[in-house]
Design a protein around this ligand. Sequence first.
Ligand SMILES: [Fe+2]
Ligand SMILES: [Fe+2]
Length: 265
Amino acid sequence: MEIDRRAFFSGLGGAAAVALMTDEARADALEHHLMAQAAAPATYPTAAELEAQIDTRTSRRGAGNLFVAGTGNVKRLAPLPAAPTLADYFNLRFMATSNHCLQSANRALKNGMSEEIILACLLHDTVQDLIKVDHGWWGAQLYEPYVSDKVIFAIRYHQALRFYPDKEHGYEYPDIYRRMFGSDYTPEPYIERTYQMVRKHKWYLEPRMVTVNDLYAFEPNVHPTLEQFTDIIGRNFRQPRDGLGFDNSPVAHMWRSVAMPDHPL
Ligand SMILES: [Fe+2]
Ligand SMILES: [Fe+2]
């Protein structure tokens, strides 16, 4: 059964709260969540019903995780070192997305994917801590100066491919999208056009493999760590000497916005 990771985590007080739980408590919570899910009828809202919820919210669904509290208030963030690395951002800013990305990269590793696909999986949703809307494009831009064109292609287009099943490669339309976008949702024309372009591209399998290894399930006994990927990052990620956010790259301001989201201007 597929687990709605967001619903599961928010039911427990968010990813940070889950991280503080013992393994035993986490396993218990997961079991309760699965039982509740099994008992609940599989009904999904329509796109119109989701649209009608917009003005019942205090924030928009496209806002990044760092800027909105799932429950309660936002948390104080630990300072980053002077020249922050990808690992520093992973540990100190990408708290809401890191587990999902580590699980996806771990699955890609187990499935024998290339280093570029594993890295793309590791990075693919991290930009959602900055901004969620159109996260494939935002994520590709965030990483563009530091990784290969193939990794960028995979990150940019995984977003569009998520809406299109590919049975041959073992990818089905995700149930969680019926909940997130509505049971009758059809992707917008720019997504459809992007899909058609990527489907015919010689690099199609790069983003497709990100979607195949994109893991929404919270696996209770799998705890991948960033250290497993240190060598792959070292070989495939050009860490700037002055630190991400301080290297005067065209995307440095995006990294600074992740580093210091409390700055009012
Ligand atoms: Fe994604
Ligand atoms: Fe994902």
